[in-house]
Design a protein around this ligand. Structure first.
Ligand SMILES: Cc1ncc(COP(=O)(O)O)c(C=O)c1O
Length: 397
């Protein structure tokens, strides 16, 4: 090994050892076959409470057929970024469909929810005279987008509207102010107080960006998201959605005014400098929107399952935090115990991931559970029985 390679290896060994010590070293669980409500993971059949497959669309016949058919007409890749020659007719058709779905003038699809958040923060908050105001529990992609933005940043305590008001009151000199919030918070499953946020934005002439990664396909009419849920579609300027969770495929999008979309298409760096979705992804996402409109029973079943599971956990004596959606944390409060809980449940046939500090605050270590419309009551009751058994074993209930 050359000296420069050896020094890099030393550095990586030290870093990896530290990550292991802190319990942050990632080891993959491996899905064998499709993402399903009951999946084969690491060779074991388990009730899967860990994916974002809210509507069980990852193997829906219409999505699979759409992906297969478009390969014959459009091939398997675009081999270009969107502004060069990576925009196909099907990309534009999907954007028109998503804009209609969101009740917006226009829409732009990105490679992922992560990139669309980064792009919007970076592109819209491009000057040190701007101010980006963000909830402390917003997703990592918003945090990174804010870091890339040239704007000043202010973080308010989670859902603290008094703190948000104070920030807005004290920043009247800013050139432009953007309030950014998750619609559904990904670790706690609680909702942003969107009506209050929108009122404050209007009072202080700020604009609002809502990341509905976990609300797309879940909240509002046919899964249109939290602005639809609260009746605020015409008062939220920037609606972010994902195609990677309930839609069962991959991608993110921003819906809003034609002017917003034209601007982003010309300046958003991840959009401009990274190649576009292959046809199979585009067709899958388009079919997913159709299914959301045609099969609202999936969303109804998702919520029925969420209520059943949440109530079951509460009855068993678990702390499910502030959850109001199908994301239900089971707060354990200690990283080692949370890891042990997750491992024992897996042995018993239930997969619920442990999420520990620093992803969540110290003392808020937890298992995060997400039900799907595809779970049967028997699946969920089986999982509840195992939560009870292992929870007692570990002295958690
Ligand atoms: C709140 C939130 N926003 C954005 C993302 C990123 O979405 P994607 O997986 O499409 O990149 C996630 C995914 O974990 C998320 O939870």
């Amino acid at each position: 090994m050359t000296a420069n390679t050896a020094s890099l290896m030393d550095f990586l060994d030290e870093e990896n050892a530290q990550l292991k010590k802190e319990g942050r070293f990632v080891k993959f669980r491996v899905l064998c076959g499709r993402q399903a409500p009951v999946s084969l993971i690491d060779g074991k059949k388990v009730v899967n409470l860990t994916s974002n497959n809210y509507l069980d669309l990852t193997a829906h016949p219409k999505l699979k057929a759409a992906a297969k058919a478009v390969i014959d007409t459009h091939g398997v890749g675009t081999a270009a970024v969107r502004p060069i020659i990576g925009t196909m007719d099907i990309h534009l058709a999907l954007e028109e469909k998503l804009a209609r779905f969101k009740g917006a003038e226009a829409c732009l699809v990105f490679q992922s929810g992560f990139t669309v958040n980064v792009a919007c923060c970076q592109s819209l908050m491009s000057d040190p005279a701007d101010l980006l105001v963000s909830d402390e529990l917003n997703h990592a992609s918003i945090i990174d987008g804010a870091r890339l933005a040239k704007a000043a940043r202010k973080i308010y305590a989670h859902k603290d509207m008094k703190a948000l008001k104070e920030i807005l009151e004290a920043s009247s000199g800013a050139r432009r102010r953007m309030i950014v919030t998750d619609g559904v918070f990904s670790m706690d499953g609680d909702l942003a107080p969107l009506p209050e946020i929108v009122d404050l934005a209007e009072k202080y002439e700020a604009f609002v960006m809502v990341d509905d990664a976990h609300a797309s396909g879940v909240m509002g009419e046919n899964g249109r998201g939290t602005p639809s849920h609260f009746g605020l579609c015409d008062r939220v300027q920037i609606q972010i959605g994902t195609l990677s969770k309930a839609a069962g495929s991959i991608g993110g999008y921003v819906a809003g005014s034609r002017r917003l979309i034209d601007y982003l298409a010309s300046v958003a760096r991840p959009f401009m400098f990274s190649s576009s979705h292959p046809p199979s992804v585009v067709a899958t996402c388009s079919a997913a929107v159709d299914v959301m409109l045609e099969e609202p029973q999936r969303i109804a079943k998702l919520w029925e399952n969420a209520r059943h599971f949440k109530e079951g956990l509460k009855k068993l004596g678990f702390d499910t935090g502030a959850s109001e959606t199908p994301i239900t944390p089971v707060i354990v409060g200690d990283a080692e115990k949370a890891q042990a809980f997750s491992s024992r449940l897996f042995e018993e046939g239930v997969f619920a991931l442990a999420i520990c500090y620093p992803i969540v605050a110290r003392g808020k270590d937890r298992l995060r559970t997400i039900v799907s419309s595809g779970h049967t009551t028997q699946d969920l009751d089986f999982a509840l029985e195992k939560f009870d058994k292992v929870g007692r074993e570990l002295g958690l209930v």
